[in-house]
Structures are given as structure tokens and as C-alpha cells.
Design a protein around this ligand. Structure first.
Ligand code: PMP
Length: 308
């Protein structure tokens, strides 16, 4: 990871190397944190701009409240701090990581007396599943690990501790020689990738699990649904059986880190022809246009970094 100059830590801009916390930080022991992954692009229409910034801030607050964390700053303060952080670090495009966590002050499983702390960091981060993956598709494997269910956790919260589930799936598939995991729920329905939502195309119709499934309600999922509908494509939110992955004409994943990535193989079965299909390519192009400010229609999704 390439260091930036500054990190925002509990209301102050501090040097990257000084952004340190105590080893008895509650979140470090018990995973009591929530976070976001956000991207800034050097857009054609607005210059450097954060994609769907307000949606990410809103989800951060929702994730926090689901775990009884009161964020000690309001949304606009965090929005302004993020814009300033990216600007002062001199980035035109970068990945941004807001994190809210239970800090130092108390140990044990009752966390409500531990302070809630907030940090914002950003760094340069290329395509998470690689440029090759974005162009030609990735090889995926269905993980033997099932996605956390709402019987035991809150899948819709982007909570730090919950990511141990994604991490097990990611390690398993990586060791088996694949680029990404596809995770099923406890009933065997397709949920998502380890850090992306999933779309399956059959006979020209796009299917994706509903927001009531054990998925993270991805912001790029929402964008990709709207973009597909705006292109005149039909999108159906419904449960997806594992076998449909093998019968699909096309599959793609969406997420902030990964962006929109075609899947070219699942469990060693080629998806369709084995190269990205027409629906995937059309949605991917319109999606990339939106991210990079080439689509006036989606200009409202861009939050420009003020120039200094
Ligand atoms: N599912 C999981 C488990 C994720 O970690 C992510 C990445 N945040 C997503 C889906 C996609 O969400 P988004 O489009 O908001 O990045």
C-alpha cells in the first residue's frame, strides 16, 4: 500500500505514520467496528469526485446503529472531512476507508461504555480483481463456507467482525487457485462474492438476490440495477439456485473495490462462451461511464473534491 500524507483520526488530520491506536482497542479484540469502502475518480465532468458519497455515509451510520454505536460526528462533518482529506493528500483518484470502531477504555463483551472512534484514510488502489479480470473475467469457485445468516449476525451491516466469514471464503478459493469466491446462504441460495454482489444473466434477463437475502445491500448493486434498467434490460430480484451459476449465459460481480467484473468460469465450468457477454459488456460500459463522469444522467452520483 502506498502511503498518503494524512489520515483523519477523531477530528484531526494527522500524518500517516502517526495514525496509531492502543493495543487494548475494543474493536481490535472483538471486531466491534463498521466501515465503508468508497472510491474517488478523476471524472471528466467534475474533476476528482467521490462516487455515491452520501449513500456510503448513510450506510456507515446504518451499520453503526445496528451494533449500537453512536457516531460522535454528524454526516456532513464526515463528508467535509473526507473531501478535505482527499484534496489535502493531493489525490485525483483513490480508495477511501471510513472506519468507526469501539476504542480503548473497557474490555469484555459489554461494549457500550467503550468510546466510539472514527477514522478516515485513503490510498491509491487499483482494480481489486485486476485490470485483466475486469476485461476478460475472473475464475470463481463456490466456497464451502456459507454466508453469515441473520439468525446470528446482521448481514446488511458492513461490520468488521463479520468479514472473518468473507476472509475464510477468500482464503479457501485463493488456495484452490481461483480469483474469487461465490458464497451461498444456509439454504444453499447464491448470495454474493466475498466482497461483491452478484448478477446472473439467463436468456437476456438479469437476476440478482433480493436485498432481504443475506447479502450486503451494495451501493454498486443499486447502481448496476438502475443502469441496466435505464438500458432497457429486465432485472429480477429473486433467490438464485447454485445450479443456475452453471446454466448462466453471463455472470458479473459489482463492488466498490472490484467495480464491475465479469465471471468467466465457476467451478471450472465456462460461463456462456467463457468471455464476457453482451449484457455484461453493455452494463459495464455504462457503469464505467457513470464512475468516470462521462454520463450526465448519473452526474448526481458524483461529489466533487473542492479545488485547493
Ligand atoms: N458484499 C460484500 C460482502 C462486500 O464487502 C461488498 C463491498 N462493500 C459488497 C457486497 C459490494 O458493496 P458496494 O457495492 O457497496 O461496495
Amino acid at each position: 500500500m502506498e502511503a498518503a500524507d494524512l489520515i483523519w483520526l477523531n477530528g484531526e488530520f494527522v500524518a500517516w505514520e502517526d495514525a496509531k491506536i492502543h493495543v487494548l482497542t475494543h474493536g481490535l479484540h472483538y471486531g466491534t467496528g463498521v466501515f465503508e469502502g468508497v472510491r474517488c475518480y478523476d471524472t471528466e465532468s467534475h474533476g476528482p469526485a467521490i462516487f455515491r458519497h452520501q449513500d456510503h455515509i448513510d450506510r456507515l451510520f446504518k451499520s453503526a446503529s445496528l451494533y449500537y454505536m453512536d457516531i460522535p460526528y454528524d454526516r456532513e462533518t464526515l463528508r467535509q472531512a473526507t473531501l478535505e482529506l482527499v484534496g489535502r493528500n493531493g489525490f485525483k483518484d483513490c480508495y477511501i476507508r471510513p472506519l468507526v470502531y469501539r476504542g480503548y477504555g473497557t474490555m469484555g463483551l459489554f461494549p457500550l461504555d467503550a468510546p466510539v472512534e472514527v477514522t478516515l484514510a485513503c490510498w491509491k488502489w487499483g482494480a481489486y480483481l485486476g485490470e485483466e479480470g475486469k476485461r476478460h473475467g475472473v475464475r470463481a469457485k463456490v466456497s464451502s463456507w456459507r454466508r453469515i445468516s441473520s439468525d446470528s449476525l446482521i448481514p446488511q451491516s458492513k461490520a468488521s467482525g463479520q468479514y472473518l466469514n468473507s476472509i475464510l471464503a477468500k482464503i479457501e478459493t485463493h488456495k484452490a487457485g481461483y480469483e474469487e469466491a461465490i458464497v451461498l446462504d444456509d439454504k444453499g441460495h447464491v448470495c454474493e462474492g466475498s466482497g461483491e454482489n452478484i448478477f446472473v444473466v439467463r436468456d437476456g434477463v438479469i437476476y440478482t438476490p433480493p436485498p432481504t437475502a443475506s447479502i450486503l445491500d451494495g451501493i454498486n448493486r443499486k447502481s448496476a440495477i438502475q443502469i441496466a434498467q435505464d438500458l432497457g434490460l429486465r432485472v429480477v430480484e429473486r433467490d438464485i439456485a447454485r445450479a443456475e451459476l452453471y446454466l448462466a449465459d453471463e455472470i458479473y460481480l459489482t463492488g466498490t473495490a472490484a467495480e464491475l467484473v465479469p465471471v468467466r468460469e465457476v467451478d471450472d465450468h465456462a460461463v456462456g462462451t467463457g468471455s464476457p457477454g453482451e449484457v455484461t459488456k453493455a452494463v459495464q460500459k455504462a457503469f464505467e461511464d457513470a464512475l468516470h463522469g462521462r454520463s450526465p444522467r448519473y452526474a448526481e452520483w458524483l461529489d466533487a473534491i473542492p479545488s485547493h
